[in-house]
Structure formats: structure tokens, C-alpha cells
Write a protein that binds this ligand. Structure first.
Ligand SMILES: [Fe+2]
Ligand SMILES: [Fe+2]
Length: 141
């Protein structure tokens, strides 16, 4: 189970992350003995939400001139490629557990490290923008 405590402090991306974690938890909790029909349903929900989320995240990063947007986009693209490869593989031989494991571990570390890095960048950026510059006369502050 993924815990819902990957909060990025009320950041606008948090909502999507919570939805994504929730869907992955549903996938992870499916019975392992047989292929549940819910698997396809949850998986396509996850793909819809996450791929749309990635576009939005990259758009925000570009807008805010995040210097690591290129690497971040690459992370998303690699993830998409792996998910699609696992999907194809799963058509030949069911690989529900590999998929569940991969989604869970990728999502946890991506939100915790890569998305978090962007949030820290934004916090710093906002703090700098709100600090009155030392050269400004007191009366203009
Ligand atoms: Fe991301
Ligand atoms: Fe994200």
C-alpha cells in the first residue's frame, strides 16, 4: 500500500497525486489468484489521470521556468514507455504483479523526490519574490 502522506503541502499537484495513489492502491489490493476484471478498469483510469497529470505538471514547470524540466519530462516519458511495454507484455502473459509493483514503486519515489524537488524550487522562488530587495528605499517597501 502506498501511503497518502506524500503531500506537497497543499500544492496544486497534490490532488492528482492523491487520486493516482488511490488508484494504484486499488490495483495493488486486487486478488492475486486470478485476473480481476477490475484490473483493466483501474489501469486505464490510472493511465488517463497520470498522463494528463504529467502534461499539466510539465506545463506548470515550463511556465515557472523550472531549470530541471527537461530531466523531469524524461522521467515521465520513461515511465510511460515502461507502462506501455508492460501492457504489451501482459497481453501475451498476465503480468499483473509486475505492473502493480512497478506503478507503486515508481509513483512513490517520483512524488517523493522529483515532484518534491520542483515544489522546493517553487517555495524558494516565491520566498525570493516576496522579499523586499535591500537596494529598495524603505519608503517603497
Ligand atoms: Fe512528475
Ligand atoms: Fe506529479
Amino acid at each position: 500500500m502506498l501511503e497518502q502522506n506524500f503531500s506537497l503541502d497543499g500544492h496544486e499537484l497534490d490532488h492528482d497525486h492523491r487520486v493516482m495513489i488511490d488508484i494504484v492502491n486499488k490495483i495493488v489490493s486486487l486478488p492475486r489468484q486470478f485476473l480481476s476484471p477490475l484490473y483493466d478498469k483501474y489501469l486505464s483510469q490510472f493511465i488517463d489521470v497520470s498522463f494528463r497529470h504529467f502534461d499539466e505538471e510539465i506545463r506548470l514547470m515550463r511556465h515557472n521556468e523550472y531549470p530541471e524540466v527537461g530531466e523531469h519530462e524524461m522521467e515521465h516519458e520513461n515511465f510511460k514507455r515502461t507502462v506501455l511495454a508492460l501492457l504489451l507484455e501482459g497481453e501475451k502473459e498476465p503480468n499483473y504483479q509486475d505492473m502493480a509493483r512497478y506503478l507503486r514503486s515508481w509513483l512513490a519515489s517520483h512524488i517523493k523526490w522529483h515532484d518534491r524537488h520542483y515544489v522546493l524550487f517553487m517555495e524558494k522562488k516565491r520566498a525570493t519574490a516576496h522579499r523586499p530587495s535591500a537596494s529598495e528605499p524603505e519608503s517603497n517597501r
